[in-house]
Design a binder for this molecule. Sequence first.
Ligand code: ATP
Length: 246
Amino acid sequence: MNLGARLEIEGLTRYYGSNPALDDVSLALEAGEFLVVLGPNGAGKTTLVKTIARLVRPSGGRIRLDGEDWLSAPSERQSQVGMLSHATYLYDGLSAIENLVFYGRLYGLEDPESRGREALAVVGLEGMADERAGTMSRGQVQRLSIARAILHGPRLLLLDEPYAGLDPHAAGRLSGILERLSREGRTILLTTHDLDRAPTAASRYLVLVDGRVRAAGARAELPEFELRTAYEAAVAAAGEARWVAG
Ligand code: ATP
């Protein structure tokens, strides 16, 4: 079986009051594709990730995983998805391995300790298994959070601004980890507001501004220069519209 999941989103909308955080968003990812969702602050990136993770209920639209209706799929299927978000979901007082064993038990893994050590090795933290999460650096915490997100072998990995707060060295290391996960064949959706941080392993891009898709395409169809121009123009136009409206 393919390690990655096929993701299809159609007409996804999420309102907060009368404001659409997501406005008719559609996208399709084949198994093993790596999508970078590029959007400025308030674009709807977190809402998109949380909706796919089923932490936020959409106001309308459909999400299919491997062709099945994901929004009505049983909760046991949640382990198909792993998520890294602004919150680390780690316990400061527990060591790296204790955190992973805790989550491994929640997922009902047979041998959470060895799965935890495998995940630590993927993110290069095998030497820090007994270090408490609360004493780790920002970059190490981010890597431990990725270990938590991949512990159960999810087929779709959702990463919301994973580069936030990382220095260039830690960011480079994270890109290497993401390349490895992508090479393994997992489907990845990563959000960022900074095009310079879009990982080179990306196979597709999508520009999201004010909850709407402004540009989307395979990396080969949307070279970086065109992507940058499309992103900057969309952000400027959205800013102008807000200025006029405000
Ligand atoms: P950032 O890069 O700043 O994290 P984002 O692209 O992740 O932004 P979202 O956090 O998804 O954007 O927010 C999209 C819009 O929805 C914003 O206008 C935001 O104010 C609004 N929004 C998000 N969550 C809520 C909420 N719980 N209640 C009300 N409005 C919300």
